[in-house]
Write a protein that binds this ligand. Structure first.
Ligand code: DC
Length: 216
């Protein structure tokens, strides 16, 4: 059984997917974290995001693997647990830019498909229902307005004691959506057979419930 959840940055995919996976007893696969780990490697190597040959070279030497420890996905980059370094704006933006590269996608899609073949998964990302798991039993396209997504992000930053400029955050979100939706390979789009859920005015539990109803 595979559940695919796609949608733009900040729509709440990982929070929702984690909860659905827990309720169903499935494993949660965060594919964005894999693109982020590749991006972290490229930042560490000082690779220019426009330098395609160097990005392709990096694909050959960056080994990405996934483990589960106490039910949590751990991303290993050349054997090192890099979870703690993945969720910054710098890494997210680099991931959005470098994920347009075909070699990066080929490498990570293969890993994602292998995981889904052997286990029941809830997998979230941008191209899960369209490319990675086209035969997933349940497909959801989870979105929310850019303003609501920016407000959620601002609250997260404020909770961490960091300052948040709402209009800058919204502008970044719109730029990232645009890049993810207009790239040539595997752009973010709703699969024809996916159910659209707009979470702008829904609670987390309401969204989880809506997805569980699709599974039944
Ligand atoms: O979901 P996220 O914000 O962690 O993803 C970071 C970037 O990785 C996102 O902007 C685009 C890319 N990505 C992708 O191209 N395909 C996926 N399946 C998941 C993420």
């Amino acid at each position: 059984m595979n559940i695919a959840i796609d949608g733009p940055a900040g729509a709440g995919k990982s929070t929702i997917a984690k909860k659905v996976a827990k309720k169903m007893g499935y494993i949660y696969v965060d594919t964005g974290a894999m693109y982020r780990a590749m991006a972290l490697f490229m930042i560490k190597q000082g690779i220019d995001p426009c330098d395609a040959p160097s990005i392709e070279e990096a694909c050959k030497i960056a080994d990405i693997s996934i483990e589960y420890r106490d039910g949590e996905q751990v991303v290993l980059l050349n054997g090192e647990n890099v979870n703690a370094y993945l969720r910054t704006e710098e890494v997210g933006n680099m991931a959005s830019v470098t994920s347009v590269n075909a070699k990066v996608r080929e490498k990570l899609v293969e890993l994602q498909q292998k995981l889904a073949k052997t286990k029941d998964v809830v997998m979230d990302g941008r191209d899960i229902g369209t490319v990675v798991l086209p035969n997933a039993e349940v497909k959801v396209y989870l979105t929310a307005s850019s303003l609501v997504r920016a407000q959620r992000r601002a609250l997260e930053l404020e909770a961490k004691g960091e300052s948040a400029d709402l209009s800058k955050i919204e502008a970044d979100i719109i730029e990232r959506d645009n890049r993810d939706m207009t790239r040539a390979i595997s752009p973010l789009k709703q699969a024809e057979d996916a159910t659209l859920i707009d979470s702008s005015y829904m609670t987390i539990d309401e969204v989880v419930e809506a997805i569980l109803n699709l599974v039944k």
